[in-house]
Design a binder for this molecule. Structure first.
Ligand code: NAD
Length: 461
């Protein structure tokens, strides 16, 4: 007799494990299948290992600035092998942590590849063989893979994806990064800080094309200071590899040479074809189509996270996991406004945004007032030698509603949560007391400036 569960979750990434835990908290009997290592892309090949390397790179930069801070510490240089070992230890620690959390919630873990053979029926293939289990509801959280471009396919050695870029055996002398999106900008910072000559080639007119123009302007200038060259509005047409060296051809006719080429042109939703066919899942290319309750077209089958191609963000997957879990356990919950899911880029400086930016408001024809405050006017930022950047707050002129906040600066990925919490709240920002001196005061200044009442931003001419 097949083992039976209330909910079966496929995939142990942020979407999958969060959904499983929420279902267990609601009293359901839950199982989860993971064919690889627990934690998914985020923990093994994405957010966490990249932040571990960025953490080391940030520390290295700080150490290089020591004389400026009145400290003599002698020669500072990276030890790549130790940076890698530290990163691997962090990942392994969290792998164990997630597994432990699932076990503590009495979730049955299958180290197996799961294929849905029919609604409610799952075939599991592991090193021990095959078996079948049943579940009233199934949540598919199978993630995504890097986009592979046929004219310059990954070879895993010279033409690499972010997966290999996180674990290179040595620091390369030079690297061309195709794509100036989130991965491109974050990995550029890691490698530039450890001494690689980095060039980012971006097809669209600016790096971080989803952000407003002023963001890219600051980032381009700051990247230049740390040795990253940016080539916006340039499309890569081919990459030729010979004797382990790459020649990158651009549409403009220019050519770039590099030891490594990191292709970071986006990620693509993943779900195995067998499950798609067996269930007759409605797809939009590689993406599983869902409604706002995270239901697919097949009753009892939910899908979340990168597999549904909505945000390609771990925290987007967390939010969708909670909705799917509630509904799989008999609830009636819907996803909220996707624009209110914050975005964070952990580059040097960091970029974070939430809500609608100036570009989006202009597209929607909304008349706005933009408040702005600079980190260079903030005492704590200057004291910490991290005074680059700006915060902009967008107010709808028609009804005074704050529509969005965009930040560029040293710790803005931490501050974006405050901006998110305040958007839509009825509390006037003037009534909220911010501790002084703190970096977050820049947010208050920018917010007040959107109403023309900032104490520390001079009146506009
Ligand atoms: P992305 O969509 O952020 O950026 C890809 C970039 O490549 C785009 O700017 C695009 O214009 C450019 N591009 C495409 N084809 C090109 C070509 N032939 N030549 C030059 N440029 C080209 O994708 P990504 O950076 O690969 O990241 C993948 C996903 O992972 C994203 O959705 C991202 O949000 C997510 N991610 C998030 C974080 C984070 O939240 N901090 C970190 C890493 C990845």
């Amino acid at each position: 007799m097949a083992e039976k569960f209330d909910v079966f979750v496929i995939g142990g990434g942020p979407g999958g494990y969060a959904a499983a835990i929420r279902c267990a908290q609601k009293g359901a009997s839950v199982a989860l299948a993971e064919k690889d290592v627990m934690g998914g892309t985020c923990l093994n090949r994405g957010c966490i290992p990249s932040k571990a390397l960025l953490g080391s790179a940030h520390f290295l930069t700080q150490a290089k600035h020591a004389p400026l801070m009145g400290i003599d510490i002698g020669e500072v240089k990276p030890n790549w092998a130790k940076m890698q070992a530290r990163k691997n230890a962090i990942v392994t620690g969290f792998n164990k942590g997630v597994t432990g959390l699932l076990q503590a919630n009495k979730i049955k873990i299958f180290e197996a590849n799961a294929v849905v053979t029919a609604p409610g029926k799952i075939k599991l293939t592991s090193k021990d063989g095959e078996n079948e289990v049943e579940a009233k509801n199934i949540i598919i959280a199978t993630g995504s893979v890097p986009v592979n471009i046929p004219v310059f396919p990954f070879d895993g050695e010279t033409i690499i994806s972010s997966t290999e870029a996180l674990s290179l055996a040595q620091i390369p002398e030079s690297m061309v990064i195709i794509g100036g999106g989130v991965i491109g900008c974050e990995m550029a910072c890691v490698y530039s800080c450890v001494g690689t000559k980095v060039t980012i080639v971006e097809a669209l007119p600016q790096i971080l094309p989803n952000e407003d123009q002023w963001v890219a302007k600051i980032m381009t200038k700051e990247f230049k200071k740390i040795g990253i060259e940016t080539m916006p509005a340039k499309k890569v047409t081919a990459v030729n590899v010979s004797s382990g060296k790459a020649t990158v051809a651009l549409e403009s006719g220019e050519e770039l040479q590099a030891e490594k080429v990191l292709v970071a042109v986006g990620r693509k939703a993943f779900c195995d074809n067998e499950t798609v066919d067996n269930l007759g899942l409605k797809m939009n290319r590689s993406v599983i189509e869902v409604n706002e309750k995270m239901e697919t077209n097949v009753p009892g089958i939910y899908a979340i996270g990168d597999a549904v191609g909505t945000t390609y963000l771990a925290h987007g997957a967390f939010s969708e996991a909670e909705i799917a879990a509630e509904n799989a356990c008999g609830g009636d919950e819907k996803m909220g406004d996707y624009d209110l899911i914050p975005k964070a880029v952990y580059s040097f400086p960091e970029v974070a945004s939430v809500g609608r930016n100036e570009k989006k408001c202009a597209e929607l024809g909304i008349e706005v007032e933009v408040g702005s405050a600079m980190f260079k006017s903030n005492g704590r930022s200057v004291a910490h030698n991290e005074s680059t950047g700006e915060i902009r707050v967008i107010r709808n002129k028609a009804n005074n509603e704050i529509l969005g906040v965009t930040m560029v600066g040293a710790t803005v990925t931490e501050m974006i949560a405050t901006a998110r919490a305040l958007i839509g709240s009825k509390e006037k920002i003037t009534d909220v007391c911010f501790a002084h001196p703190t970096v977050s005061e820049v947010l208050k200044e920018a917010w007040e400036d959107a109403f023309g009442i900032s104490l520390h931003v001079p009146p506009r001419k």
